[in-house]
Structure formats: structure tokens, C-alpha cells
Design a binder for this molecule. Sequence first.
Ligand SMILES: *Cc1c(COP(=O)(O)O)cnc(C)c1O
Length: 363
Amino acid sequence: MGKRYPVLNIDIKKLVNNARIITEKCNENGIDTACVIKGYNGIPEVAEEMAKCGCSQVASSRIDQLKDVKLRGMAMDTLLLRIPMMSELEEVIRYADISLNSQRETLVELDRMAVENNTKHRVILMRDLGDLREGIFDRDEFIETACFIENSLKGLVLEGIGTNLSCYGSVAPTEKNLSMLVEDAEEIEKLIDRKLRYVSGGATTTLPLFYRNKLPKGINHLRLGESIICAMDLPLYWDTDIEGLEKGVFTMDAQIIEIRRKPSYPIGEKCVNAFGETPEYEDRGIRLRALLAVGNRDVGDYSSLEPIDEGVELVGASSDHLIVDIEEAGREYAIGDIMKFNMYYQAVLFASDNRLMNIELNR
Ligand SMILES: *Cc1c(COP(=O)(O)O)cnc(C)c1O
């Protein structure tokens, strides 16, 4: 049998290049980084390469992915990004060296297990500065909880504090909100009479502030995934272009199964599409289109793809089909031809965790 499609191509050289550029710039400014592997399902071979960039931890929201990193024998600290579930604490102790936390009940139980296992587990306590996903919102409660970990939970080490922004509430990291985190750190350090190892100032979305030299002094840790794996996201959403970052770490190849000239406006009584939605259709007359054997099931929403071939336009998709307009394409296509796409974060996220996708690493 020949090559199977669709293919998810992973360009390791580009990934390592991007990871190095960002990590080195952070390190030069006294900032440690955690390389976040959840965006590509933590594929261990890829995580291993990404981790060679000089980062301090390998991080994921999923403990299973950190377990794979450890079982692969990688000698890296692992960082669990999602507040642990009560049902996974045993694995957290075993496979995560550090975890982000916000809940006292969970911390108490985590402490009990660490003591039971004769080990120390490091935690970063999360403050919510307005994005309203995880973290302690009330400042007094936050500082009290930090001291509680330091003074009462002997199986835990308070490694530092952190925050997460622009995830739920679309709140941007700013000098103002991140300065609050630095002030919290100073207050806690006074109360516990020692320095905190980390003040973790967010994810990829904190990079624009950092690259504009506006990151408050005192932030010394960032947790970075998206900027490394999808270099197209920062310019698009954050108006930040980091020199040297390469697009195309992840690309997808899909095969053409139909090529026909068809009207661009659907014919018949209007109802709903495959997803119960009623999209707008533009009437552009009769157009040459190609149908590809890939769909939203593979990439989340098809709009997270970007055709690489000149003049190809996305038209629409259902679960297993993608329609592209090739009327003005720079070349001719035949049935069985392969079309290539750049991928935004969502497409990488879905495609990398899809057993129908043929994953190829290019070194
Ligand atoms: C996913 C996640 C990150 C990394 O986000 P990117 O946008 O991929 O850089 C950092 N911190 C937390 C808490 C996360 O959940």
C-alpha cells in the first residue's frame, strides 16, 4: 500500500529553532521557561527535541503526557499546568515535579501523599488577576494560603507563585496586573523570610509585553507552547513579530477526492449545515473547487487551516470533507494530488491527537 493521508508533518528543526530563539531571549533576561507540550498531544519524541532548547521544565495540563515524558527517561523536571484532580494526585506526585495549584483541599491531600511517599512535591500557587479561570482571586486569601503551604504542609515546597491570563476572560497581561503578582511575591517573601524560586508570569500571551520591554522586573518564569509551535499566532492575534521564528513547524497534507465546477451559492430551501449552524454563503457564480478527504473532525474548525498553495481559498467543511476554491490557484490540480496547509493552534491540537492522522517527524 502507498502513503496514507491525511499526514501531519512535524518539522523538528523548525520547532527547535523557535524554542531556542524564545528561550535564549528569556534566559538572557533572567527568565526561566517551561516548554509546553500539550498543544501537540505531548508526542514524546517531539517533546524530547523541544526540551533541548534550554528550558527548565517540560509542562502540560495533562498528567498522562508528563507520565510519558518520565517513562521515556527524560531527565527533565515536569510541570503540571492544570490544577490537579483529586483522582490523579498519586500520579501527580509520581510524574510531576511541580504543579500549579489553587485549592486548599487539594494541597492538603497532595501534602499527605507526598509525606506518605517520602518525597517532596513542589507547588506554584496561582493567583487570579481578573481572567477568571483558575487561581485565588482574593489577595489576602492568596497570601494566607502561600504561608499555609510554607508553614503547615511539610511534604510540599512552595516553589513560587503564578498567574494565567487571556484564557477565559480575554484579559491581556499588562504591566499593571503583572506588577500585582510581583508585589504579592514580595509580600510573601517577607512573611516566609526567604526568596521564592519562581514568579511565573503567564504563557505565550505574556511574550508581547516581554518583547516590548514592559515585563515587570521580578517575573522570572514563563510557560510557553503556542509561540513555539505556531509562529503564525503571535503576529495575527498579538501584533508581535519575533525575528527568526519559523512558520510551518506543523503542516498537514490532504488528498483531493473531487474536482468540479459548481455554483458557489447552495441551491434549494435553506436549513442548517452539518453542525446545526446557518452560515452565510457568498454568491460568486460558478467556481472551480476541490474536495479534500479531511474535515473538522481532524482539525477542530477548518478555519484553523491555511492553504500554502498560492490562490487556494478555504470554502467550508463538514466532519470529513474540506472544500477549497481553486478557481484562481497558481497551478492545476488532478484527483489524487496532495494539498498542503499551515496550521493554527486548534488544528495542531486536534490533528496531533487523532488516530486517523498519519504523523511524520522530519528531522
Ligand atoms: C496551556 C497553558 C500554558 C501555555 O499556553 P501557551 O499559549 O501554549 O503558551 C501556560 N499556562 C497554563 C496554566 C496553561 O494552561
